[in-house]
Design a protein around this ligand. Structure first.
Ligand code: ADP
Ligand code: MG
Length: 596
């Protein structure tokens, strides 16, 4: 054979590493993720991250963990070099975040890396400087126990990657997200994040609840509901967020499997379906759920960034998670009867007397159908049975609900409302005291009625185009905003970053096209927290202008009508901003107050 014809040869390390880096290091946030995870794997109790220019010029990660020996300090940058895995069997017993031994080699292939590391037992620290996989320095130096990484000029030798980086604010947003994903599952580790010299987050070590509240904001203090379930092969811990904390945008969904953040739409569904009847359409349930199961029942090695994993028996995990969520909300009396609503268009107003308990078990709310004594197969069986029984009782409960709906639809709703502070309507119903926010109630009824009609937009051509410089931020996201503007009747052409509007909508008397434009942009900036579609944006605006206000005196017939219209809504309990419309207290709860 002619040797010249052989075309296959082994890639040099630098190229191989650079290719691997393409998968592992997509953006500065990936580097932060890998380094912070390594610090956690090294048993650090304090991790400090300092970023400059969203990670373009510097990513610095310092930990007080185990450190490395002088030789390991060099070795760790080799491809497939890891201390976390020795045999193929180990692959099924992974408890660390890393194991592929790829991260440092990849990072060193596409950045300038400096590292100082020291173990407790060594007198001197080791310093390594490496650039494009080429070792520049390997020497002893002074240092404290732990490891410091400085990653400079990321992608300095991969212009294409550099070019595809987004604006600093977006890249930093990704960094924050990766940082949070570790922080939310390691509350025992103190963590600090700095950007351009300013401390953006300082998370002291403490209990998980405290960590979540610190990261997510103080509102979560009231919103977190513990979830806790244990079978002999699966442990579920953490918190779900009360319905009033649900958001229109994604972002508060955190699953961790054996302390590793994962994405899983199937498991998301297990929680979301419990929440859906209690939160407005299009809202996402929030949760911070940790699943723990034997490492042999999952495969973490199916994705380079390891955010997806494979469960051996995903359906059972789903069933148990679903039941655990229901139980968590039930025990804490958050959605006592609402989640059994099956009546299509109506959310059956809550009425006591027909309160539903999980049937057949005859046990208290603490009964755990998935207790450790039940074999795995039985869990699924139990679950199916439980569901069948629940459906049965839903049907029965609906009869009671139907009565109320009929009463209300025929116009003889038997309530005697009074007005409080010209703001709230109060009445007793069955054994509950209901309090209704009058302005929100009216808005909701008007809003749903607007939404049930098609959106009719009228555009008006402009004599001279209205020019708008979108700037970097909106330019990058124009694709997301454009459909809403089209839906509202805007017509435009775009050149560079300047948008020339040639037609604008006429929607309502008090707002012109420019106001609408500003509104859509603001709305987008808020992260779609409020309303999403052109239709709902328009309806919501209209409703704001037309509804009765707080401070307006109402007669009894007016109040009754208001309540009736509200009860005809699909979502009488929450408005599109996800604010409560109805608040109710059971007479027993009031009784309790007076027995204290
Ligand atoms: P992996 O984490 O998959 O093992 P990495 O490339 O991320 O691969 O790291 C390679 C090795 O370097 C690790 O297995 C670990 O032994 C060592 N290492 C990395 N970062 C640290 C650190 N912050 N402290 C101590 N050792 C570390
Ligand atoms: Mg690693």
């Amino acid at each position: 054979m002619d040797a010249v014809k052989n075309v296959i040869y082994k890639l040099p390390d630098q190229i191989a590493n650079q290719i691997a880096a393409g998968e592992v290091v997509q953006r500065p946030a990936s580097v932060v993720k890998e380094l912070v995870e390594n610090a956690v794997d090294a048993n650090a109790t304090i991790i400090q991250v300092k970023i400059k220019d969203a990670g373009r010029s510097l990513i610095y990660v310092e930990d007080n963990g185990d450190g490395m020996s002088f030789e390991d300090a060099k070795m760790c940058f080799e491809r497939h070099a890891t201390s976390k895995l020795k045999t193929a069997e180990d692959l099924f017993k992974i408890v660390t975040k890393g194991f592929r031994g790829e991260a440092l080699a990849s990072i060193a292939a596409i950045a300038q890396v400096e590292m100082i590391t020291k173990r407790a037992e060594d007198d001197m620290a080791a310093k390594v400087i490496i650039e494009g996989n080429e070792l520049k320095t390997h020497e002893y130096c002074a240092g404290n126990k732990g490891t410091q990484f400085s990653i400079k000029h990321l992608f300095y030798n991969v212009p294409a990657r550099r070019y595809f980086l987004k604006s600093d604010s977006i890249e930093f947003k990704h960094i924050v997200e990766e940082f949070i994903r570790v922080a939310l599952v390691h509350p025992e580790v103190e963590m600090v994040l700095e950007h351009n010299g300013e401390v953006e987050m300082h998370l002291p070590s403490g209990p998980l609840r405290q960590r979540i509240v610190k990261v997510m904001g103080s509102k979560f203090q009231d919103w977190l509901v513990p979830i806790d379930e244990e079978t002999h092969w699966l442990k579920i811990k953490g918190f779900v967020v009360k319905p009033e904390g649900a958001k229109k945008s994604r972002g508060d969904q955190y699953f961790f499997v054996n302390n590793r953040f994962i994405k899983n739409t199937y498991l998301h569904h297990a929680i979301q379906t419990i929440f859906s009847p209690n939160i407005p359409e299009g809202y996402f349930a929030g949760y911070f759920v940790q699943l723990e199961l034997d490492t042999s029942l999952i495969d973490v090695n199916i994705h380079p960034t390891k955010t997806e994993i494979k469960f051996q028996d995903e359906r059972s995990v789903y069933a148990i998670l679903h039941a655990a969520t229901r139980r968590a909300l039930g025990i804490h009396n958050i959605v006592p009867t609402l989640d059994f609503n099956q009546s299509g268009n109506y959310v059956t107003p809550v009425h006591s007397g027909t309160e539903i308990k999980i049937p057949s078990t005859g046990a208290t709310g603490n009964y755990n159908p998935f207790g450790p004594t039940i074999a795995k197969r039985d869990v699924v069986q139990e679950w199916l049975q439980l569901q069948a029984e629940m459906h049965q009782s839903v049907k029965q409960a609906d009869l009671g609900g139907q009565q109320l709906m009929n009463q209300e639809l025929q116009g003889d709703l038997d309530i005697k409302p009074i007005q409080l502070f010209k703001k709230w309507i109060v009445f007793e119903y069955n054994d509950e005291m209901w309090m209704v926010d009058q302005a929100k109630a009216h808005q909701q009824a008007l809003y749903e009625s607007e939404m049930s009609k098609p959106l009719q937009v009228q555009s008006q051509a402009l004599l001279t185009p209205h020019l708008l410089d979108l700037g970097e931020k909106f330019k990058a996201h124009w694709k997301e905003i454009a459909p809403m503007l089209t839906g509202l009747g805007f017509v435009w052409e775009i050149k560079d970053s300047v948008c020339a509007f040639t037609a604008m909508p006429i929607l309502g008397a008090n707002l012109n096209g420019e106001d609408w434009l500003k509104d859509v942009m603001d709305n987008w900036e808020e992260g779609y927290e409020r309303v999403e579609s052109a239709h709902s944006l328009w309806a919501w605006k209209k409703v704001q202008q037309e509804s009765i206000r707080n401070g307006q005196l109402l007669t009894q017939p007016e109040m009754k009508e208001l309540i009736q219209n509200l009860l005809r809504c699909d979502n009488p309990f929450y408005n599109p901003n996800h604010k409560k419309i109805i608040f109710k207290v059971h007479s027993q709860q009031i009784q309790q107050i007076f027995s204290l």
